[in-house]
Design a binder for this molecule. Structure first.
Ligand SMILES: NC(=O)c1ccc[n+]([C@@H]2O[C@H](COP(=O)([O-])OP(=O)(O)OC[C@H]3O[C@@H](n4cnc5c(N)ncnc54)[C@H](O)[C@@H]3O)[C@@H](O)[C@H]2O)c1
Length: 329
């Protein structure tokens, strides 16, 4: 689907993004606003989200609205949805995977609670379509590759267990009430605005350490693999899934590049960007660290076309340029 077509199809729609002040959510908000939605609203409790991520969105004036609310609290989300009357909700709110090592039950519960709240509101006819953003973490370590959507759910963290529970709960709502829900499981995202503070992921942490003159850290042997997908590709996929909901409703899709990279290779690429030739700080393997991830993306491709098209070298350059630019401002 061409960008112009995508933009035309979103024109006039009212959209709510939970977790929209976060990394992926804020890029989605920008894309929806530039696609001429008549209203794009964010509900985010700023657990990890950041209002700086919404600076561009604010320039759209009354077409953009921000609610600082907890989407896991039914009455708060209910009030937002009643006021906003969205056509589509994209559910991205979550507490980061690493938070599950600090508060395992809380990290699990929040994922399920938000999904249940949104399912109930959809069942009550308060909006029409839900695009639920799950995660590849629900699969755990690959039993076979490429990992299709039929891969067993073998969550290794309580974060992932909460996501898997949410996916199952939403599938049961579809089964019982024939609701318009599409579940999307992105693999590892990267790009500008990804949190590089507390609970950060490997790319932002490594970039930050190198810019601070510290050696990069690798936990374990560095041979763990991930399927990295650039954030704009994820946003583009989520928007196309929302529009194709006649075909995608009730189904679950991977969203990834279909390419596998070891953590060691990734860290080496980041070191090269910063012209760092020093030591690596090798640390023990983190517990519950998925060993291998490589997505099967055929199912997504068949229904919405090419996905995850940005190659890692270009995506990484755009990302690291952004961190460097922000650091020198
Ligand atoms: N980043 C990745 O690599 C990746 C990979 C697969 C799936 N995902 C999924 O994509 C979604 C977005 O991830 P992200 O990387 O942008 O994370 P993020 O932490 O940057 O964004 C999540 C947002 O949710 C908000 N939030 C947390 N709890 C909330 C609550 N109770 N109510 C309202 N808002 C709340 C946070 O403040 C934050 O802004 C998540 O659902 C995540 O599971 C991310």
């Amino acid at each position: 689907m061409m960008i112009e077509q995508l933009n035309r199809d979103f024109e006039g729609l009212r959209v709510l993004v939970t977790g929209g002040a976060g990394f992926i959510g804020s890029h989605l908000v920008d894309a929806l606003l530039s696609a001429n939605c008549s209203m794009v609203a964010v509900v985010d409790n700023l657990f990890l989200g950041n209002l700086d991520n919404l600076e561009h969105a604010k320039s759209y004036g009354e077409r953009f609205k921000f609610y600082r609310e907890d989407a896991a609290e039914f009455s708060a989300l209910d009030a937002v949805v009643r006021e906003l009357k969205p056509d589509i909700v994209f559910n991205l709110a979550t507490k980061a995977l690493l938070y599950s090592f600090f508060n395992p039950a809380g990290a699990c519960r929040v994922n399920l609670d938000i999904a249940l709240n949104l399912a109930e509101m959809l069942r009550l006819g308060m909006y029409q379509r839900l695009v639920h953003v799950s995660t590849s973490e629900v699969y755990g370590t690959a039993l076979s590759v490429p990992m299709t959507e039929e891969h067993p759910l073998l969550a290794e963290t309580t974060y992932a267990a909460g996501k898997a529970a949410a996916d199952l709960a939403l599938a049961s709502y579809v089964n019982q009430y024939d609701l318009n829900i599409t579940t999307v499981r992105p693999f590892n995202n990267y790009g500008p605005r990804q949190n590089d503070g507390q609970l950060a992921a490997i790319i932002p942490i490594t970039a930050r350490r190198l810019m601070e003159g510290k050696p990069p850290i690798i936990q374990g042997d560095g041979m763990q693999t991930r399927d990295f997908v650039y954030v704009s590709d994820t946003v583009d996929g989520l928007m196309r899934f929302a529009l194709a909901s006649d075909l995608t409703r009730g189904k679950t899709f991977n969203l990834a590049s279909g390419k596998e990279t070891t953590i060691k290779e990734l860290v080496t690429k980041i070191c090269r960007y910063y012209e760092y030739n020093g030591e690596i700080d090798w640390q023990p393997q983190r517990s519950a660290d998925v060993r291998r991830h490589l997505a099967g993306v055929e199912k997504a491709r068949t229904l919405i076309g090419e996905v995850g098209i940005t190659d890692l070298a270009s995506g990484l350059r755009m990302t690291l340029d952004w961190y460097r630019g922000r650091n020198t401002r």
